[in-house]
Design a protein around this ligand. Sequence first.
Ligand SMILES: NC(=O)c1ccc[n+]([C@@H]2O[C@H](COP(=O)([O-])OP(=O)(O)OC[C@H]3O[C@@H](n4cnc5c(N)ncnc54)[C@H](OP(=O)(O)O)[C@@H]3O)[C@@H](O)[C@H]2O)c1
Length: 252
Amino acid sequence: MNKTLLITGGASGIGAETARRAATRGYRIAINYRSREAQARAVVADIEAKGGKAIALAGDMAREADILRMFEETERSLGPLTHLVNSAGISTGPGRVDAYDAAALAHLFAVNVVGLMLCCREAARRMSTMNGGTGGAIVNVSSMAATLGGRLGSSAYAATKGAVDAFTKGFAREAAAEGIRVNSIRPGMVMTEMTEGRLKDTAFRAGIEASIPMRRVGQSHEIAEAILWLLSDESSFITGAMLDAAGGGYII
Ligand SMILES: NC(=O)c1ccc[n+]([C@@H]2O[C@H](COP(=O)([O-])OP(=O)(O)OC[C@H]3O[C@@H](n4cnc5c(N)ncnc54)[C@H](OP(=O)(O)O)[C@@H]3O)[C@@H](O)[C@H]2O)c1
C-alpha cells in the first residue's frame, strides 16, 4: 500500500522527528511549516539523503485557505493522502485568567483547535471509503495539560488540548465505519523548541522533573515513536484513544 503522510508543524520538534522516522518506514511525507522554511527544507534533505521522498509546504494552520492549498499540493505531489499528524501548535497565550485577552485566546484556539479540525475535515474527505478513498489514520497531538488543566498559567492552552481530545473521540466514532482511525497523543513535558527556553532555567527544570514520576522530561523521539505506532497497522483496532506519553503524568 502507498502511504502518504502529511505532518503539520513538521519543521521542528515532535513533528520533525516524526517525519524523519516515518520516512524510514515507507511513508512519503509532506512537511508543513509556517515560518521555519530552512528547518523544513533541512528535514526534507535528511529524508532524501536516505532515499526517502518528502516535500516542504508553507501554510498557516490558522488560515483555511492555506489548509486547503496544503492538502491539494500534498496529493498533487505525493498521491492520495493516507495518514495525517496534526502537530502544529502554540503554547504562548494569555497566561493566567486575569490576563486573558480575547484576540490572544481566539488565535490560540484558531491554531490549536480550529486549524486542526479543518485539517481533519480535509483528510476525512479524502480518506473516507464513502468517497472512494482507501481509509487512513490520523494522530492529533494533544497534551497532558488536557488532563489536569495544565501547569499554572496554562489554563487556556489546556482548554485547547481538552478540545482536541473531545473532538478526537467524537470524530473517531463518526469516521470509524469509513476506514479512518483517529487517536490523540498526550505528551508530557518534552524538550523541543517550544520548551527549551524555559527548561534552560535549572530551577524551573528541577521543579518540572520533580513533578514527573519518571523524574525527567521526554525527548521528541519518544513521542514520535508512539505517534508512528498509532499511525501504523500495528494499532489497527484502536480509534478514539488518548495515549499518554508523559513519564507517568505530573503532579501539581
Ligand atoms: N514540547 C512539549 O513539552 C509538548 C507537550 C505537550 C504537547 N505538545 C504539543 O506538541 C506539538 C508540537 O510541539 P513541539 O513541542 O514539537 O514544539 P515546536 O517545535 O514549537 O513545534 C510546533 C510547530 O508548530 C508550528 N506552528 C505553530 N503555529 C503554526 C501555524 N499557525 N501554522 C503552521 N504551523 C504552526 C511551529 O512553527 P512556527 O514556529 O513557524 O509557527 C512549530 O514548527 C504542539 O501541538 C504542542 O502543543 C508539546
